[in-house]
Design a binder for this molecule. Structure first.
Ligand SMILES: Cc1ncc(COP(=O)(O)O)c(C=O)c1O
Length: 473
């Protein structure tokens, strides 16, 4: 603990020290149970005698503020009641109105623990091989201890970028050179960096409707006008795209939130539209590594012959989101700007975890983990689909999806989804309503079933509760 203490002149030094320590205890900077520095250390630090410090400590002990524990040191008395901190004063500061509007409208669901959680987009952290990860972290620490203290490469650790490029080439048929990869703080930072370097206030950015709210908001924060273009069973309605737009953000492997893949004709039409309008396509492949049916369609990035696609991926779904590790395959034309934007945002992503992840992928642990999860998720998805096609079918219709760790289902009958989700929450079931993902008016009523967090044996009991409530509605 390093408490700021400053003595003035040579008068009444013990008294000054006493008053400053007492004030620190009374205003909560020193809390009950905190250990004070030893008398010798403090005397050296403040260039006073040990006797001076001793006098101040003794007085505070006598008044009950401190407790001396033999052989252990001096502590703030554990009997003291915790101090209530006064609220910080709110000065009249005018934030950028765009940010004020975004902060006022922010409605991302907070993490809510539940007995049965169908939370969207949450992977199974219980099955993460923490022992293997610890070994990778230890190795990374050893490497880091040997290197000089300086900023690392803005685009990320070369070993990790190479591992990501190999992974993309093999698993996702994405053509890339490791030097075109930027390691970001999750997919979100990649979206944000693209918004910063591409958009001038007033530009038009297109997103899917329904879609992923944090992408729309990142474009709005950069000053863009954002237009939601509807999706149908084949993905984005390319025929509804506006005449001009600076960029189009899509989730072609697993449309967020409805789940359908974008068909090949639509992919080709979107690329052609972007070519004619000189627009950028952002391809967010956030959970496409989990595939359950059929052969994967080629990514927009690999169909593109012009360098118009920025391909984004994340480790939030394959490992876990708190790692904040994602990547962006940069179009050649934006490389310089994106490199500087990344530097201005945070210099570079945290390097210990990057090194650990490079080793985790290189050692085969990553592939082994995702294979195990793939089997587990396939089982859960089957259980869900069986119930949706069985006793839940009078109310719900599963929407077609071949990849990812959530399914969406359409409500066949009009009913109050908000109320249904609130009632489910009361019974311990966390299920998301599709409504908040529609930004431009009411959309198709339905529910989003994430199956990354729920154990297979919990699916039936949770759906029994849903069934019971649907019967009552
Ligand atoms: C469409 C979409 N993109 C990206 C992400 C992941 O973002 P991040 O990598 O920032 O955790 C999610 C997570 O739910 C998502 O749904």
């Amino acid at each position: 603990m390093e408490l700021h203490l400053a003595l003035d002149g040579r008068q009444d030094l013990a008294g000054q020290l006493y008053r400053q320590l007492r004030a620190a205890i009374l205003d909560g900077r020193l809390a009950a149970g905190d250990r004070l520095p030893s008398m010798r250390f403090l005397a050296e630090r403040l260039a006073v005698s040990r006797k001076t410090v001793g006098e101040a400590y003794e007085r505070l002990v006598a008044e009950g503020f401190l407790q001396a524990r033999v052989g252990s040191g001096t502590y703030v008395s554990s009997q003291l009641a915790p101090v209530e901190h006064p609220p910080m004063p709110t000065a009249a500061l005018q934030a950028n109105p765009r940010w004020r509007a975004i902060a006022a409208g922010w409605r991302m669901p907070a993490h809510r623990p539940a007995r049965y959680s169908f939370a969207g987009g949450t992977p199974d952290k219980r099955r993460f091989p923490f022992d293997a990860w610890r070994t990778c972290l230890q190795r990374a620490l050893r490497l880091q201890a040997r290197s000089p203290a300086f900023y690392a490469e803005a685009l990320g650790n070369p070993e990790l970028r190479l591992a990501i490029s190999r992974y993309l080439a093999i698993n996702r048929a994405v053509r890339c050179h490791w030097q075109d990869i930027l390691v970001s703080q999750g997919a979100q930072q990649a979206i944000d960096l693209l918004a910063r370097v591409m958009l001038t206030p007033g530009d038009l950015a297109v997103v899917e409707e329904p879609g992923y709210p944090p992408a729309r908001l990142a474009f709005e924060a950069a000053g863009a006008r954002v237009l939601g273009v509807p999706v149908d069973r084949e993905g984005l309605r390319v025929d509804c795209l506006p005449e001009q737009a600076k960029l189009v953000y899509v989730t072609p492997s697993h449309q967020f939130p409805l789940g359908q893949p974008m068909s090949l004709p639509r992919r080709l039409a979107l690329l052609e539209w972007a070519r004619r309008r000189q627009a950028l396509i952002i391809e967010d492949d956030y959970d496409g590594e989990y595939r359950f049916d059929g052969r994967p369609l080629e990514s927009l990035q690999s169909l593109d012959r012009e360098g118009r696609v920025a391909y984004i991926g994340t480790f939030s779904k394959t490992l876990f989101p708190e790692l904040r590790l994602g990547y962006l395959l940069m179009p050649a034309a934006l490389r310089g700007e994106l490199t500087v934007a990344k530097q201005l945002a945070d210099q570079h992503s945290e390097s210990l975890q990057q090194l650990a992840l490079a080793h985790f992928i290189g050692s085969g642990a990553f592939a082994q983990h995702t294979r195990r999860l793939q089997r587990e998720y396939a089982r859960r998805r089957q259980l869900l689909l069986r119930r949706l096609a069985g006793d839940l079918a009078p109310w719900l219709e599963a929407l077609p999806a071949v990849a990812g760790i959530h399914l969406a289902a359409r409500l066949r009958q009009p009913l109050d989804c908000t109320r249904l989700c609130a009632q489910l929450a009361e019974r311990g079931v966390l299920l998301l309503d599709l409504a908040p993902f529609y930004a431009e008016g009411p959309g198709m009523p339905g529910l989003l079933f994430g199956f990354g967090a729920i154990e297979a044996q919990d699916i039936d009991p949770a759906l029994d509760i849903l069934h019971e409530l649907l019967r009552q509605h």
